[in-house]
Design a protein around this ligand. Structure first.
Ligand code: CA
Length: 219
């Protein structure tokens, strides 16, 4: 899930941002001061930070100087009158700004644009009750975490990128194991069997005679 940190000390605005972004499918956390935000940025992964300029203690600009080297996208939240603030924010390395009071649609559009620029749009792959979170390389089935090995995970992603396409064992081996195929298909077969069992995909991952396997998707 795309994780957004909201740093805003005006609670009604923080709540509005939180509600709108959560409804749009983002995972949000709100903090009301710069020190807590610096701490949160140091210890947790964020895909985007929405940063108010006027904050108690460490203000948005000071925090921006701290954030700039970390390569986390930042959108400043500024007051209507704060033209100088907007310019200063952009000069400090912010990606964009929104002006209070803002329209929700505009907020979402700006957030999406910045995330897309950083290739951080929500990269979940969903098939039936299986969800693959590409950022964290975690897989859920019916909301439950499925424990996959690194090879099983790569195999799953390969199938998902090639829906309804028969993949040769050689291709699967070379793509997942990143080695030249030496004619032993048991490794591929074993991993396909294990993946089928873990995901309940006995029907979905079909054996293709003399070829290999195909992920069946009728959706
Ligand atoms: Ca403020």
């Amino acid at each position: 899930m795309v994780r957004i940190l909201i740093v805003e000390d005006e609670k009604p605005i923080a709540d509005l941002l939180d509600m709108s972004l959560t409804a749009a499918g983002y995972a949000c956390e709100c903090l009301d001061n710069g020190a807590a935000a610096a701490d949160a940025v140091e210890h947790r992964r964020w895909d985007l930070i929405l940063l108010d300029v006027m904050l108690p203690g460490i203000d948005g600009f000071e925090l921006m100087e701290y954030l700039a080297p970390l390569n986390v996208p930042v959108i400043f939240i500024t007051a209507r009158s704060g033209v100088k603030d907007r310019i200063k924010g952009l000069r400090l390395g912010a990606d964009d700004y929104i002006v209070k009071p803002f329209e929700i649609a505009e907020l979402l559009a700006r957030v999406e644009t910045v995330l897309r620029r950083y290739h951080k749009t929500d990269a979940n792959i969903v098939l039936g009750d299986v969800v693959v979170d590409v950022h964290s390389r975690t897989v859920y089935k019916g909301g439950e975490l499925v424990s996959l090995t690194a090879k099983e995970y790569s195999l799953l992603v390969l199938f998902l990128q090639n829906k309804n396409i028969a993949l040769f064992r050689e291709t699967i081996y070379e793509r997942v194991w990143e080695n030249e195929y030496m004619g032993d298909s048991r490794t591929v077969d074993l991993h396909v069997q294990r993946l089928r069992r873990k995901l309940g995909w006995q029907e979905r991952i079909c054996a293709v005679y003399k070829v290999g396997y195909r992920l069946e998707v009728n959706e």
